[in-house]
Design a protein around this ligand. Sequence first.
Ligand code: PBG
Length: 322
Amino acid sequence: MFRPVIRPRRLRGSAEIRRMVRETHLAVDDFIYPLFVTHENTPRTPISSMPGQDQLSLEELVKEAESARALGIPAIILFGIPETKDSEGSDALSDTGIIQRAVRAVKESVSDLLVITDVCFCEYTDHGHCGVIKDDYVDNDPTLDLLARQAVSHAKAGADLVAPSGMMDGMVGAIRLGLDDAGFVKMPIMSYAVKYASAFYGPFRDAVESAPKFGDRRTHQMDPANVNEAIKEASLDLEEGADILMVKPALSYLDVIRAVKESFDLPIAAYNVSGEYAMVKAAAQNGWIDEKAVTLEALTSMKRAGADLILTYHAKDAARWL
Ligand code: PBG
């Protein structure tokens, strides 16, 4: 009878030894918590496809930010639902726009919490696209000027870090130049460098009412089948001045996270997106999976793949569980 000499099970025999040889440690320091803020006065409007997440009034946003901070979460990222949407997305550029007001409100009331803003136009345009439209196509270069203006206005409101998510060519360079010219040389940029045209964003688009009114985002977001292209996108953003590179979504793209991590020395972020969250929540509500175990396993897999930071709607729950 064959008897193995090498027995990997020896290192799995007790919780203590497993703890000692564990390779990946998830920590609350890794989390960025996304929050949705609305111009409306209704304190909380539940987002039906994202159980546990709400559209928040400014007042509730501040409370939510405070509770994230109290759990040790280092950063939040804000998404806005403006009062009016138009073809240019002008609320995004206004010093009294929903995000600018939200940033000021949080920065005035909550200390020791990094406030990140998403720099894109899809939440603010009436057509739901990420920039200026010309002949049914998102017109790249005119959108760059607007993105730079949006980032500067977030910086003026007091944002700590900006995160461009529109996948326009040159967006990081344009924003870097805009920020530097306006005196914000210290403001870091976390680029949604590798962002796929993914069906996993569905619940988010319900949450901010940003689904495109015609067409889709496949002429600027990446084809889910590509990974070499991820390296090209990430290297361009690095050259243009990105400080942190993001891969989005996370769970179906763990190989991409690993590839980007191995190619670059920058901190890598992964976005555990709305559809990934919705699937876990739905299955858990049906009693089909153990929510805590599945969530922690999924988040650990992102970290193991190479993510240094994780944007996740599970952040508060995970912070309590860790
Ligand atoms: C664009 C943006 C999107 C998400 C984050 N920023 C939507 C999109 O690209 O259509 C999706 C986040 C998620 O699904 O959780 N402003």
